[in-house]
Design a protein around this ligand. Structure first.
Ligand code: HEC
Length: 133
């Protein structure tokens, strides 16, 4: 009797280990830590919030800006130029805007001269696309 129960226990342990191994194989990778903003992004945070619940600052909230139509948040007062910009924010349009806002959207009211550096602008654009909370 004792031998049988030991066998049962061993079988159960083996089954448990097999199940655990299967579970860990099937596990989706843990979500990556939120990406760090590029250093230059600190300038942007003077005028922009990046978490939806924080609302607007001097500039519109940037959470979910990727895929959003320019100048489209209903509770933010955009310039006519931004409302008429007629583009969706994606990697390319964001990079161009951050590089040289006055050139990308002439007449917009964002008081920021632009990074003037394509790599920095791209890094910021890529970071903006990760803002979803
Ligand atoms: C001095 C304040 C200020 C700074 C600094 C600033 N912004 Fe803005 N931003 C604004 C304002 C104001 C607007 C609204 C512009 C308009 O309506 O013409 C705006 C608009 C935007 C928009 C358009 C959002 C939408 O909903 O269509 C994006 C994207 C953006 N800013 C990104 C950035 C990034 C990235 C930086 C840093 C590289 C930055 N801003 C720096 C004030 C600022």
């Amino acid at each position: 009797m004792k031998f049988v129960s030991m066998l049962a226990a061993a079988a159960a342990a083996t089954a448990f280990m097999a199940a655990a191994a299967t579970a860990s194989l099937a596990q989706v990778p843990a979500p990556a830590a939120p990406p760090e903003p590029p250093g230059e992004f600190a300038v942007c945070t003077a005028c922009h919030e990046t978490i939806a619940s924080a609302g607007h600052s001097l500039g519109p909230n940037l959470s979910g800006v990727g895929g959003r139509k320019a100048g489209s948040l209903p509770d933010y007062e955009y310039s006519d130029a931004m409302k008429a910009a007629d583009r969706t924010w994606d990697a390319a349009t964001l990079q161009a805007f951050v590089l040289d806002p006055a050139k990308a959207v002439p007449g917009n009211k964002m008081d920021y001269a632009g990074t003037g550096n394509a790599d920095t602008a791209k890094a910021i654009a890529d970071y903006l696309l990760t803002l979803k909370n």
